[in-house]
Design a protein around this ligand. Structure first.
Ligand SMILES: [Mn+2]
Length: 340
């Protein structure tokens, strides 16, 4: 018998410590409520050798038309993700190798510098054969990230866009914002609007946004017909094209996502959303990247409800990305031993 009162590698005689060691290694032998916060406690690293997905923070909030504060989203998601590590066993087992790549750096008040610098860092990641889990920032972040994807993978990507808004408001907004990226990415050809879909729209009755660029499955339709129906429609629309997912948490009902740029009532709840993602999983979707955006942590209720729900959605997206890389036949250019 050891003199130690508690050996974390063998806390009970006769108990197989194997899986426990794997978990302790994965969380760096520190409690998830302690230590340093990184996204899903992945190594904080710019070494992409053997890495399949890089979490990239994009702390930009220069274009909102309502609430600002999205620059604090990457840090808030890192913190919230600590309680989600155990919910993604394929991450901590190393089946999907992920690092926290840190954040893009740009002048906080310069739209053009932000777009250039972010596209450049996204391109660096993709050049290593690594996929991007982008964390905004306001909803302009698909502009630089999907441009980099388009340049790496070719034009005509499919987008699966979760949002209460069409984000196709270029006719009333004369410069790139979180409300115009749908217009810009389709006009530039990186995205094929006819093979892309927006789910959850419920604010365009005044017809300020273009409803004819992406297919639209509005909030009432998906709630009335159900998550299985919505998933079927999404699968039909994107088919076997390469897919990028962008999740604006105002897709969720405001009661489930209050701390966002523009909270909206009458949206799907997390139970619906969870089922929808379940129906999208295992269907051969060629998901090669995704982003989350628009969290404004200052408006969170004390329990961090919005970030918690965004992390739950991110877990599904990570699963879709792991499967999607296989479906799309993506391999790493650089093969080596990853840290975690
Ligand atoms: Mn949006």
């Amino acid at each position: 018998m050891s003199n130690r009162r508690y050996d974390p590698k063998n806390p009970r005689p006769g108990w197989n410590p194997g899986p426990m060691n794997t978990i302790l290694d994965a969380i760096d032998h520190q409690p998830l409520w302690g230590g340093i916060t990184t996204a899903w406690r992945r190594p904080y690293s710019r070494n992409l050798a053997g890495v399949e997905v890089a979490f990239l923070g994009i702390p930009w909030d220069g274009t909102p038309l309502w609430r600002t504060g999205q620059r604090f989203m990457p840090r808030a998601i890192r913190e919230a993700s600590m309680s989600h590590v155990a919910k993604v066993p394929f991450i901590f087992s190393g089946e999907l190798k992920m690092v926290d790549y840190g954040d893009a750096l740009f002048h906080p008040g310069n739209l053009w510098d932000y777009l250039d610098q972010t596209e450049q860092i996204a391109a660096e990641i993709l050049a290593a054969g690594t996929s991007i889990f982008a964390c905004g920032g306001d909803h302009s972040i698909p502009l630089p990230v999907v441009r980099a994807y388009g340049k790496a993978f070719g034009k005509g990507l499919s987008l699966i866009h979760f949002d209460a808004h069409s984000d196709a408001y270029a006719e009333i907004l004369p410069y790139p914002t979180g409300g115009t990226w749908v217009n810009e990415l389709t006009e530039e050809g990186w995205v094929d609007g006819q093979r892309s879909v927006t789910l959850g729209v419920r604010t365009d009755t005044v017809e300020l946004g273009r409803a004819d660029i992406f297919h639209q499955l509005d909030s009432d339709a998906i709630i009335e017909r159900g998550p299985a129906w919505a998933a079927e429609r999404v699968l039909e629309i994107v088919g076997d094209n390469l897919v990028y997912i962008t999740f604006d948490p105002d897709f969720l009902d405001a009661s489930q996502a209050p701390a966002v740029h523009t909270p909206e009532p009458l949206g799907p709840d997390m139970h619906f959303t969870n089922k929808l993602f379940k129906h999208l999983t295992g269907k051969g979707l060629k998901v090669i990247g995704f982003d989350i955006n628009e969290l404004t942590p200052q408006y969170e209720p004390p329990a961090g409800l919005t970030a918690m729900n965004i992390c739950t959605v991110s877990n599904w997206c990570l699963r879709l990305l792991m499967d999607g890389r296989k479906s799309a036949g993506l391999t790493l250019d650089h093969v080596g031993a990853a840290d975690g």
